[in-house]
Design a protein around this ligand. Structure first.
Ligand code: G3P
Length: 217
């Protein structure tokens, strides 16, 4: 399973990248706004900076909702860098636009996926990635990882090439369960990635090793 970081924060991207396990970055308009990135030029520069920092796919989301506008906006985003993947919402015009992008050699990440039916449509449109939002599904009282399992099964049966990118990750346990379910990619906040490191027995064991090491100096 590939590891993407779900943020537009450059310091966090740098920290995750320096771990050596980062395969890409996902952003969305909320994450860009959180970093205070405003205006066309600032947004383009921010995406370019991320692309120069991380050698992997970088998702950049359109904010248009009408087919021709999604296409125009997506073309401009894709022109920023070869690693840009255009993130398109799961709406009717979004599906049409994803098919257009597929036919014109531009890779897409279908966002705001909350059902297996939506994942089938994204695959049919040729999306490179489908992003089921598992944390938000959990928030609504269901289990988001079950959706990942369902999409993994359907894509396998049908031979779809779209990669399942588990998004809206809230915990290290989400990452572990998505890996077990067969997600191709997991995009997580830095905190959840770093949470995978932690175990009290590791800390206790290391303290003891270091203490004992002093005895043999
Ligand atoms: O990648 C989509 C993700 O950013 C949504 O996460 O935490 O806003 O549900 P969240």
């Amino acid at each position: 399973m590939k590891f993407f970081i779900d943020t537009a924060n450059l310091a966090q991207i740098k920290e995750a990248n320096e771990l050596g396990i980062l395969d890409g970055v996902t952003t969305n308009p909320s994450l860009m706004a959180k970093e205070g990135v405003r205006g066309h030029d600032a947004i383009v520069n921010h995406y370019r900076t991320i692309c120069e920092m991380v050698d992997g796919d970088i998702s950049a989301e359109v904010v248009s909702t009408v087919f021709k506008d999604i296409v125009e906006e997506g073309k401009k985003l894709a022109a920023i860098h070869p690693n840009i993947v255009v993130k398109v919402p799961m709406i009717k015009d979004g599906v049409k636009a994803m098919k257009w992008f597929t036919d014109n050699g531009i890779r897409t990440n279908c966002t705001l996926c909350f059902s297996a039916g939506q994942a089938i449509l994204a695959a049919k449109a040729g999306a490179a990635y489908i992003s089921p939002f598992i944390g938000r599904i959990d928030d609504s009282g269901w289990d988001g990882v079950l959706l990942i399992e369902e999409i993994v099964k359907i894509y396998k049966v049908q031979g779809y090439k779209t990669e399942i990118l588990a998004a809206s990750i809230r915990s290290p346990n989400h990452i572990i369960r998505c890996a077990a379910a067969g997600a191709h990619v997991c995009t997580s906040p830095l905190e959840s990635i770093l949470g995978l490191l932690k175990h009290p027995l590791t800390d206790i064991g290391l303290a003891k090793f270091l203490e004992d090491a002093k005895k043999s100096v």
